[in-house]
Design a binder for this molecule. Structure first.
Ligand code: OGA
Ligand code: MN
Length: 286
């Protein structure tokens, strides 16, 4: 059965039927998935019978897995799969007071995963095993559609700018960042405007990790970055995923912003697993 794509929002997104992501993918399927990522930016695959092993195999089929920066920063250990939510393993479930839960709330600011790495992420893959009875949605917006809505003068004004992205800047807004972790993630420079190498469509690349515009004052930097983030994330531009167990989502971190909406970790279990595919190089080389 061939893959079928059903659009989710005018700006981006498709629900995909007709593929079992836990099977070894054929070359044709891999090519079709990359093309669908370029076109739709967010892909929702319902009813996947996922396991960590299958998710790793899927991630490797799409490119080079990116190591989890939290574990690597803190301990130096390389792992490729990360827990999202409050269920760590069969024995460990965190409540609202846990440091882990507070750190996870950084995900509730609009962001692009790993935009603070020199080689940022291409796509993230998130799978839901257990979902809260209320809350716990993930929202998405397209910075490609947002760029295309800018008038041509504004596009020219921002086209050649560079931006400093800084994990510690953004995440200390919600919780302290462990010293080792902070030391592993110095601020890095990215292009503000990126171009998809396959379809030529442009987008801006901002989000909460974007701290300042290179060469600009703080006040002017914040004015522009806040303006771009605000215009991308207006309610009518959002698509919200209300997770069902078995849902797998890919999102294109090159052009999508996402955020969690939060849930009550004292009352509910949220058990999700995430992997990331590394981008092809620094944005400055694009
Ligand atoms: C993530 C993320 C948001 C959420 O997994 O990268 O930001 O809803 N998740 O948990
Ligand atoms: Mn994220």
């Amino acid at each position: 059965m061939a893959m079928e794509f059903e659009p989710l929002h005018d700006d981006f997104g498709a629900r995909v039927n007709g593929i079992d992501l836990t099977d070894a993918l054929t070359n044709e399927e891999v090519v079709a998935l990359h093309a669908a990522i370029d076109e739709y930016s967010v892909l929702l695959f319902p009813q996947q019978n996922m396991t960590d092993e299958a998710q790793m195999q899927l991630t490797s089929a799409l490119g080079e897995p990116e190591e989890n920066h939290v574990t690597f920063g803190r301990t130096g250990e390389i792992v490729y799969i990360g827990t999202v939510g409050n269920v760590i393993d069969a024995e460990t479930q965190h409540d609202e007071s846990a440091t882990h839960t507070r750190s996870m709330k950084g995900n509730n600011l609009w962001h692009s995963d790993s935009s603070f790495r020199r080689v940022p992420s291409y796509v993230s893959i998130l799978h839901a095993y257990e979902v809260p009875g209320e809350g716990g949605a993930t929202e998405f917006v397209s910075q490609r559609a947002a760029y295309e809505r800018l008038n041509p003068d504004k596009q020219s004004e921002i086209n050649d700018l560079h931006v400093l992205h800084d994990y510690v800047f953004s995440r200390t807004k919600t919780a302290p960042v462990h010293d080792n972790h902070a030391a592993s993630l110095p601020p890095i420079e990215q292009k503000l405007v990126r171009t998809n190498p396959h379809n030529g469509r442009r987008n801006y690349y901002a989000g909460s990790h974007a701290r300042s515009i290179i060469g600009w004052s703080g006040i002017d930097s914040r004015r522009l970055i806040d303006e771009l983030n605000d215009s991308a994330t207006q309610a009518e531009h959002r698509w919200s995923q209300n997770w069902q167990p078995g849902d797998t989502i890919f999102w294109d971190n090159r052009c999508i912003l996402h955020r969690g909406t939060g849930y009550d970790a004292d009352r509910y279990r949220r058990n999700m697993r995430q992997t990331r595919v590394r981008g092809t190089g620094p944005t400055l080389d694009e």
